[in-house]
Design a protein around this ligand. Structure first.
Ligand code: ATP
Length: 237
């Protein structure tokens, strides 16, 4: 569904991503593993159109999207749940979700907007209970649910998540990943950037390892779990 080929990216200085190539198959949970500073967020930002690749190609269903704006990429069905959630804290839960669906409202796709809202509130009943509450008063886990819900409001086909487990208790993380698997089972394609390889490889179908801005191998989740270098560097074995 998504294919990166020799993507290089930089923040003006030396390249932070060097010849990054990988594929995300349709309907899969694909993970991008790597330590702090490996370039996971940079990859996600580049895919989301927040950073222009210096070189290389990014294709979504065969169509080059590397030079599109962030908004155009969302319109093509690829949405990022950013690191640190970035919910609009003074706004209510409902308003945050509506912001996620503003594109649909602008295009007068009201029925689709209502369907998405219903889906999100069914997926996360806690958001329904707290619809009128300011997002800033939610727990970290609830804010992560809200960030995912907000992204789902725009009808994505490919959902990208940057460090969804960050700062959350293990039970909350398990809950979030169970929801991500459910979304996969409903037909969504997911790309998850994570430092937490142990938890992520339990839910992923396949993955890649990013080190110092380069891809250092990849395979099915089972292969990665058995890979001695992955075990040593990311699974504490
Ligand atoms: P983390 O889990 O800490 O977010 P990461 O794998 O997501 O790590 P990136 O945030 O993509 O890594 O960082 C990759 C490299 O790019 C690092 O060397 C970092 O210092 C650099 N970098 C990240 N953001 C910027 C920026 N805005 N300007 C300049 N350099 C940056």
């Amino acid at each position: 569904m998504l294919e990166l080929s020799q993507v290089c990216a930089s923040y003006g200085g030396p390249d932070v991503l060097e010849d990054v190539s990988f594929r995300v198959p349709q309907g899969a949970v694909c993970c991008l593993l790597g330590a702090n500073g490996a370039g996971k967020s940079t990859t996600m930002r580049t895919l989301a159109g927040l950073l222009r690749p210096v070189r290389g190609s990014i294709r979504l269903e065969g169509e080059e999207i590397g030079s599109l704006t962030a908004e155009a990429i969302v319109a093509r069905g690829m949405v990022l749940v950013p690191e640190g959630r970035r919910v609009f804290t003074p706004l209510t839960v409902r308003d945050n979700l509506e912001m996620g669906g503003y594109r649909l409202l602008r295009a007068r796709r009201h029925a689709e907007f209502r369907r998405n809202l219903e889906h999100v509130l069914t997926l996360f009943p806690r958001l329904a209970e707290r619809a009128g509450q300011a997002a800033g008063t939610l727990s970290g886990g609830e804010q992560q649910m809200l960030a995912i819900g907000r992204a789902l409001m725009s009808s994505p086909r490919l959902l990208m998540l940057d460090e969804p487990s960050m700062g959350l208790a293990p039970l909350v993380v398990a809950d979030i990943f169970a929801t991500l698997r459910r979304l996969r089972d409903e037909g969504l394609t997911l790309l998850i950037a994570e430092q937490n390889a142990r938890v992520t490889l339990r839910s992923a179908d396949l993955g890649y390892v990013l080190q110092e801005g380069r891809i250092h191998g990849g395979g099915s989740a089972a292969e990665l779990r058995e890979d001695p270098s992955v075990q040593e560097a990311y699974l504490g074995v």
